[in-house]
Write a protein that binds this ligand. Sequence first.
Ligand SMILES: [Zn+2]
Length: 194
Amino acid sequence: MADLRKKEPLELLMEGNKRYVSGKPIHPNQDTARRTELSSGQRPFAVIVGCSDSRVPPEIIFDQGIGDIFVIRVAGNIVDDVALGSIEYAVEHLGTELVVVLGHSKCGAVTATVKGGEAHGHIGSIVHIIMPAVEKAKTQQGDIVENAIRNNMDMVTEAIKSAEPIITKSIKEGRLKVISAYYDIDTGVVEFEK
Ligand SMILES: [Zn+2]
């Protein structure tokens, strides 16, 4: 198998998504040899902060395998201290150089926050974090859910970028990039932003 690691992390994700979109995934790094190779340690090339939505599985939509991407998934692709700690672990101990916050169309968590109403149980914790993105969307032109999804992606990206001290230091030293991306559930296409 070709050594994919010589390419830039973003390039690897873009190429994998292209393969997935075109219906020609290669399902790399999913064999016994790969499992054996990784028994002594992992070095994932990217962190993906994605939504738990079952239609947005990062390994599949980026056509990656075992040990390739370090995935954090919670409804609404948001971060709390535990998620930030997970990202920091990948950056500090695994040498990961790219963090992608992956929002997606038709996100149920964002839609529910837009609709409002009582959030039962622990769901309120999620709504609470997404709410500022919805508040901002109320002041914007266009579809409120769509705008809130994109605001949420950007706000989560900013929250990660400003997390002291590990992430801020890594960015300052040029060892880390944090970007946002949007996944279209219908087309399968991931559009990368800044
Ligand atoms: Zn979602």
